[in-house]
Ligand binder design. Sequence first.
Ligand SMILES: [Zn+2]
Length: 120
Amino acid sequence: MDKLVTIATFDFPAEAQTIKLLLEEQGIEVFLADDSLVGMNWFLANAVGGAKLRVLESYAERARQFVEEYRQTSRQSHEFELPAVDFDCEECGHALTFPGQRRGGVETCPHCNQYVDVPE
Ligand SMILES: [Zn+2]
């Protein structure tokens, strides 16, 4: 009996769901862990390590490769569509930079740990 291995973690459950569907199309069974928790409290994603994507050990290598390729492709398209966003924290005034896909979201300031609204 194969055991389940975690091959990737995701900050965003939506991304994990997308990968899950793509892998299942290839006949690889996928199990998501911590998914609902992250969905309800997605700003806690880092605290719980994000949504974990698990597959049976015999598929792990294939699935890992697939995720790697998917991430490279999506990173390129994100960079193209959404340049990184720079702004100053409202609480402590530190200059912050977040990846473009965080635009319009809520992040935690690494300097004062307050929640900050990322501009669109
Ligand atoms: Zn701050």
